[in-house]
Design a protein. Sequence first.
Length: 138
Amino acid sequence: MQQDPSCIFCKIIAGEIPSHKIYEDKNYLAFLDIHPISRGHTLVIPKNHSTDLLHATPNERKGLLEIVAKIAPAIMKSVGAKGFNVGINTGKESGQDVFHTHVHIIPRSTRDGLKSWENMPSKTHDLAEIARNIAQNL
């Protein structure tokens, strides 16, 4: 398993930094975020170091979502949430500040005061052009 000795998440995996683990298996670790957005905010990481979702292996990406689906109901039940958001920041511009692939599970309740991102207006011809450009780049 590849590790980066300067990575804070690799240090958590190695037991060099304490964490509040909620799930662990041979390939993945889930622990509470120390700067939570809501009660029960959890991070799920592969134990193999990769900088972001695009650099993780296809099996690691699949496994991350399987772990999210497995533990999210227990997180919601434990904190009294009725739903959750899944967040995956990829790159500094997206807000990623730890460059080890990870998924956020953010429990949500009706009156938690959290806001989702703002929508922006669009025009049909803009959407058509964007869709064409994306399809050409696949």
